[in-house]
Design a protein around this ligand. Sequence first.
Ligand code: APR
Length: 240
Amino acid sequence: MEKFNNILILTGAGISAESGLATFRAANGLWNNHKVEDVATIEAFQRNPQYVHEFYNDLKKELQKAKPNPAHLAITRLQNEYKDANINIVTQNVDTLHEKAGNHNVWHVHGQINQAVCLNCGHIIETFADVDTETICPNCQVQGMMKPNIVFFGENLLYMDKVDNLLRDCDLFLSIGTSGVVFPAAAFVQTAKYHGAKTFEFNLEMTSNNYYFDRHIFGPAGTTLPAFVDEMINSIKTAD
Ligand code: APR
């Protein structure tokens, strides 16, 4: 296996599935129990902010309890042992399992469950406590303008300048546990491939943008990713 220097890892809900967290589109998925238009659009938040706050406050309690699984820990090993490589994680997940596993260079393009943003002044707070329409912004002291720092459908993704640079520079693009149906994240693989990266997909099944992947590694990421990381690390050891 060739030596890679700039690795971009895109993760989705599937990497957190073996930590016991529901994905979005599986049979028992989050979007089967709540309608997107009721909890994940800016219109829903304007219509009924308290209901949206309660959804994310409940989700926050569940995500806070979750522990990283071998897939998250494999990424830490890769970042620590795959020498002389720039390894970034662009995650669609709002849980903090990458951070709990010790991953660094993590970019939450859909936001983070433990953050809230003030719609009056833009200040971001980090908290696992409940946030609601009574919450006062510690920066501008305005009450009731805090929103979960989750990117709602129809809103811009976060860190897109950084992501664009990473996609242009990467020579290896790993997609782990995402169905590849929500844009623009679903198009990241096309951009990486266009710029010459090798593209590998880790999933239980073939996904809708499988055409752009050079390799499909089927199975639970908690098993396939540690094995792949072993292969990557051994390939540089034998090359030395
Ligand atoms: N290992 C690998 N892949 C898995 C595993 C596992 N253990 N379990 C599930 N998967 C795969 C599923 O096959 C599916 O392709 O993970 C993917 C999960 O897909 P979704 O539920 O659609 O989640 P995701 O792709 O992260 O959704 C993207 O949609 O609703 C928005 O903002 C939300 O960030 C989310 C975005």
